[in-house]
Design a protein around this ligand. Structure first.
Ligand code: SF4
Ligand code: SF4
Length: 458
């Protein structure tokens, strides 16, 4: 597809859907009658025709503000003979529902869901007209950046996704590893960047960008290059806006640098790995007092989607009720007022007083060669912190109950062989964590805490 053709097609689609005089943000109103969507009716109807869309400044694509992150597809109990664990029927159902309700952006990677996400996403999307959806995938060559492997990964994505063009192609996790050295090894020394630019020229990649995790020097370096980036994917939520933890830099800076250059942002981690939907009771009450009918997660999605330079906000939705809730939030988006932004900033500051570990369940540290389920251990700990179940003082009247909740929940959420006690401290996971968590230290601390709880006789 030539650039001219692309422009024509985009212009046609644009006029077809929006009509003349559309603004950069538009809620599209179809003429299909309202359908009953069923399920979750207590929270209200799920609109089919009110999704907010943003228009790509690079190609004119009309992109739904809610993007589907395909890294958490539902799993079945037993894998297939080839090891595929994804429940394809459930994926098809989620994809069909999301498209029927206006979602059109699907983001996957060759490494998601043990390497099976692209295939499952491709099967589900193949059942819909190709020109009604935007497919995003990535060059995830962290473990083997040779040219040969990178090319094979690129071509395999087309095969798995059953397509002859990729709408949004990303250099995956730029900024990780050893900063610029790793960046050069993965994309520059092997000539992949030149190859990808040629692919964009040839139309097989329609938009070229990268996702950022980690070293801000790499971020600044990428933006200083004489390359036209069509979009950049960044982590952005109401905690990271001003208080990014670990190696991460504040989202306010990341977004601001893109805005200066008129590069649109694709947003990941709007819920900070689920932490902004699993707030402690005090914070839930705070949000519910303001808007009793709105979900806790909807505040985070409104924050992520409010800046005009955001093209789409990705959410890895495993469950139908999460998909429905997010569709409601963006159908249409009610942008945050300045006063609501201040309210969320205060909420973030209260949240940061709780000593949780900044794990966002990104899984980049996995698999641990010794079988530890690192994020499951850390997230269990965080959940207990938020629920007041990390007992410290034996004199506390809740001690017994909290101890029980911590230990029983631990065994329920993390199989024994995958618990922190089996960590041998090899430290292989530490450089892989974009949040800069000293995973070994945290696991050992949690393990000691568990042992102490177990040994205490009440
Ligand atoms: S330090 Fe522990 S958790 Fe990390 S890779 Fe080694 S054994 Fe696994
Ligand atoms: S420990 Fe770090 S790399 Fe592992 S899941 Fe959590 S945030 Fe991601």
């Amino acid at each position: 597809m030539t650039n001219e053709n692309k422009k024509d097609i985009n212009r046609r689609d644009f006029i077809k859907v929006l009509g003349a005089g559309a603004a950069t943000t538009a809620a599209l109103y179809g003429c299909e009658p309202q359908k009953k969507t069923g399920g979750n009716t207590a929270l209200g109807e799920v609109p089919i025709d009110k999704m907010t869309y943003r228009i790509s400044s690079a190609t004119g694509d009309i992109v739904s503000l809610l993007g589907y992150g395909c890294m958490r597809w539902p799993l079945k109990e037993k894998p297939d003979a080839d090891g595929n664990v994804i429940d394809q029927d459930a994926v098809n159902q989620l994809v069909d529902y999301s498209i029927a309700h206006g979602v059109n952006y699907f983001d996957t990677s060759p490494v998601y869901v043990q390497g099976f996400s692209e295939r499952a996403t491709g099967i589900a999307l193949k059942r819909h007209p190709r020109d009604k959806v935007f497919i995003a995938t990535k060059m995830s060559n962290f473990h083997n950046p040779t040219r040969e492997n990178s090319l094979a990964m690129y071509h395999q994505s087309f095969k798995e996704l059953q397509t002859d063009y990729i709408d949004y192609y990303l250099l995956h996790s730029v900024g990780g590893g050893k900063g610029i050295k790793t960046l050069k090894e993965r994309y520059f020394d092997n000539g992949m960047i030149d190859f990808l630019l040629q692919e964009r020229e040839a139309g097989r990649i329609r938009n070229l960008g990268w996702s950022f995790h980690g070293d801000v020097k790499v971020y600044d370096y990428m933006l200083s290059l004489d390359i036209k980036w069509d979009f950049v994917q960044i982590q952005h939520n109401y905690v990271d806006w001003k208080h990014a933890s670990g190696n991460n830099i504040n989202a306010e800076y990341l977004y601001g640098e893109l805005a200066k250059r008129n590069i649109q942002a694709v947003i990941m981690e709007p819920l900070l790995g689920g932490r902004l939907s699993n707030l402690n009771d005090h914070l839930v009450a705070r949000l519910k007092q303001r808007e009793p009918e709105s979900s806790v997660a909807s505040w985070a999605f409104r924050f992520a989607g409010s800046p005009e330079g955001v093209l789409t906000v990705l959410s890895g939705m495993t469950y139908m009720e999460h998909l429905q809730d997010n569709i409601r939030t963006y159908s249409p988006l009610k942008p945050l007022t300045d006063e609501e932004k201040d309210f969320l900033e205060d909420t973030a500051q209260i949240m940061l007083k709780y000593p949780t570990i900044p794990c966002n369940d990104c899984q980049y540290c996995m698999p641990c060669p010794y079988g530890i389920d690192i994020p499951a251990v850390l997230l269990h700990y965080n959940r207990c912190v938020n629920e007041g179940n990390v007992p410290k003082d034996r004199q506390d009247e809740n001690y017994r109950k909290a101890r029980q909740a911590f230990l029983v929940g631990y065994d329920r959420r993390v199989p024994k062989l995958r618990q922190a006690s089996h960590c041998i401290g090899c430290n292989q996971c530490i450089p892989l964590c974009p949040q800069g968590i000293d995973v070994t230290k945290e696991l050992h601390r949690i393990d000691q805490f568990v042992e102490q709880l177990k040994q205490e006789t009440l």
